[in-house]
Design a binder for this molecule. Structure first.
Ligand code: WTA
Length: 660
């Protein structure tokens, strides 16, 4: 682990508007400080109070934080609840049954609307169908669905019967599905015939069939298929059933499974620095508390808001801020099937205008691509749309560069709307460091201060807290309710990765470098300290891509690094040694394309290397270690100024300068 020093100096400050401070749930710095103080004085009492106020319990808990098996922390463990009850029934019981829960806009612009009462009925029907097919509490169910109301219904239905879902992003390959089915011992799959994105119809079900056919999936007894495109789709008798057939006879009520607060709600696979993707396991009670609380405090969600999070349900952002958070608060949300650039790059702005979206949450990579698009096709620039309904903007997934921040603030938010730059991770369950709209003066590019109760800090390699102004490792000093509980099937890897002994064994290591501003204590995230890449807000391990490349019959050896990219933040650059002689010209381009298709099949299109470079070898030290820092410089097309005297084969560097 290396300590990073840098970064840009940013002097602009945007204090919250007076009117916003007044109407916000957490209003003013004094209120923020009071919450932090409360957590400081009685940490477990603070979270217990919030868990009682924001969640509905079947059986009240008597203990809040249990540290006896650290780092396997437990929260509210003797309480029981049901997540879907908290997201649906309790609002219906409170008279909000007719309130819109989801406005769904399909790729082609077609709209569907569903109220809380209707959503509850559909969740109950699917929950009953799952039970009827023998899915039991604690069983793992893999969900491979497009962005759809059904996606949310599927997740909520699992929660209702205490089954543990594992959502796989619709862009992932059969191989990725297979890995996840096997790792989790999945018993059922919920998928669709296909999906519609950017005017194209893309099949989904064949990937599930291929995955199951890869072997080791004998425990999958049911595949439920939602009909989206209506395209031909093979159905295996006995195992496969259409969603509409499975729910037809089912009742619209379903007694929830009351589970302990620690009962796993879901697994979500994400990349780490080594090995295969890990199944991050989240709890029911603690996770839901943070989902609800961050909706209320970070997004200041109010009864009349229209919330829109543009993430896919295959990512953690789509879990916490589509499937759970907005529903836990009884909010109305917009959900979108398609892509931001179809039919043109004004789609987001058009949708905000049409649906009067008031709280909008997206990723820096989307903003950067829309800035570019607006320059090329001025008619798609946000100024052509009425965006006055917006009151709060959010950013997530990667650091937002100050230029993109300013554009988002001025061109989208009309210089009226605070931007909450929310730092968090799959493992943290919800926001960790973020401005609160009615509290925090904003500085472009900084995620500012910890969410009240979260004890974030910056330390050196030995776990020693650094003074403000020094770059180091981002850590969290105390367990919090929505934290990862374990890596499914690999508790040791959980303990080693997140609570490393080097840091003393009791600090949560986020895996990011960070620095606090010497005056304000504001946090700036400086990017991953490990071999995890962040491409367009998607986490990928260099190791995963390297092993996928190395498994291609043409490839002898491969190394992958990230390089900065204007739009996607980072881009993947692969250095490849083939078993055959080093190709050049048209042949090199042809093989590079073959390798890109290979990666698409092995992992998914998001892992395709942008640059591929062929060499007779990779730059190695005499002891055979690949010199990645040289590869990073080559990827950036920098001159090599580093010491190459330990390099066994310096001549290789020239070969690796050219893209295939
Ligand atoms: C990065 C996504 C800077 C960071 C919710 C983290 C960010 C990784 C921000 C987690 C932000 C996320 N500013 N960096 N606001 N948000 N990151 O698990 O490197 O897909 O460790 O969770 O994204 O990615 P993940």
């Amino acid at each position: 682990m290396s300590v990073i020093n840098s970064v840009l100096i940013e002097n602009r400050i945007f204090p919250p508007a007076e009117a916003l401070v007044e109407r916000s749930t957490i209003s003013g710095r004094v209120a923020y400080d009071a919450l932090c103080q409360e957590a400081e004085t009685d940490y477990s009492g603070y979270w217990a109070r919030l868990a009682r106020e924001h969640l509905t319990w079947k059986k009240e808990f008597t203990t809040s934080l249990d540290e006896s098996r650290a780092p396997f922390y437990q929260w509210f463990a003797d309480g029981t609840l049901n997540v879907s009850y908290n997201c649906l029934d309790r609002h219906v019981e409170a008279g909000l049954g007719d309130k819109l829960a989801i406005i769904f806009e399909a790729d082609d612009g077609q709209l569907s609307r569903i109220t809380y009462q209707q959503l509850l009925a559909r969740v109950c029907q699917l929950a009953n169908a799952l039970r009827a097919r023998g899915v039991k509490p604690g069983d793992r169910v893999l969900i491979y669905l497009p962005m759809s109301i059904e996606g949310v219904v599927a997740m909520q239905a699992c929660a209702r019967i205490g089954a543990i879902h594992s959502v796989v992003f619709g862009g992932f390959s059969a191989k990725s599905i297979h890995e996840r089915i096997v790792d989790a011992g999945t018993v059922a799959v919920i998928t669709a015939d296909g999906q519609c994105r950017g005017g194209k119809r893309i099949p989904l079900k064949p990937a599930v069939d291929d995955a199951i056919a890869m072997g080791g999936c004998e425990m999958v007894h049911s595949v439920i298929v939602f009909q989206r495109t209506g395209d031909d789709c093979s159905m295996q008798a006995g195992r496969d059933v259409w969603w509409h057939d499975a729910v037809r006879e089912q009742a619209q009520t379903c007694e929830p499974e009351w589970v302990g607060a620690e009962h796993p709600l879901f697994l979500l696979y994400t990349s780490g620095s080594t090995g295969k993707p890990k199944g991050v396991q989240h709890s029911s009670g603690g996770y839901l508390l943070h989902a609800a609380l961050t909706m209320k405090w970070t997004f200041d969600i109010q009864a009349d808001d229209v919330f829109w999070c543009t993430a896919d349900i295959g990512w953690v952002t789509g879990h916490t801020y589509i499937a759970y958070g907005p529903l836990a608060c009884g909010a109305t949300q917009l959900m979108f099937e398609g892509v931001p650039t179809y039919p043109n790059a004004g789609r987001f702005w058009h949708m905000i205008q049409n649906h009067k979206v008031s709280v909008f949450y997206t990723a820096p990579t989307a903003i950067r691509s829309l800035i570019k698009a607006g320059e090329i096709s001025p008619e798609t620039h946000p100024k052509n749309y009425d965006l006055t309904s917006l009151r709060i903007l959010g950013s997530v997934g990667e650091p937002i560069n100050p230029d993109a921040w300013m554009w988002y603030y001025e061109q989208v938010g009309g210089s009226r709307c605070p931007i909450v730059d929310t730092f968090w991770q799959t493992e943290t369950g919800g926001h960790m460091i973020t401005p609160l709209p009615g509290v925090t003066p904003l500085v472009p590019g900084s995620c500012t201060l910890p969410f009240p109760g979260i004890q974030a800090s910056v330390v050196d390699e030995t776990g020693l807290e650094l003074e403000w102004g020094k770059g180091g490792l981002l850590v969290v000093k105390k367990p919090w309710p929505s934290m990862i509980r374990t890596i499914y099937g690999d508790p040791q890897r959980y303990a080693n990765s997140y609570f490393p002994a080097d840091l003393g064994g009791n600090l949560y290591l986020a895996g990011d470098g960070a620095m606090r501003d010497p005056n304000t204590g504001y946090f700036t995230i400086m990017g991953r300290i490990d071999d995890v890449l962040n491409v367009a807000g998607h986490r990928m391990g260099t190791m995963e891509i390297e092993s996928a490349l190395a498994s291609n019959p043409l490839v002898a050896e491969a190394a992958v690094v990230g390089r900065p990219d204007d739009v996607t933040g980072e881009a993947i650059c692969a250095f490849v040694v083939l078993k055959q002689a080093r190709p050049s010209g048209a042949e090199a381009a042809e093989i590079a394309n073959q390798l890109r298709s290979w990666i698409t099949k092995e992992i998914g299109p998001i892992a395709k290397p942008k640059d591929i470079r062929f060499g007779d070898n990779l730059p190695k030290t005499r002891s055979g270690k690949i010199m990645r820092r040289l590869l990073r410089s080559l990827a950036k097309n920098e001159d090599i100024t580093q010491d190459v005297s330990t390099l066994e084969n310096p001549g290789i560097l020239d070969q690796l300068k050219q893209n295939a």
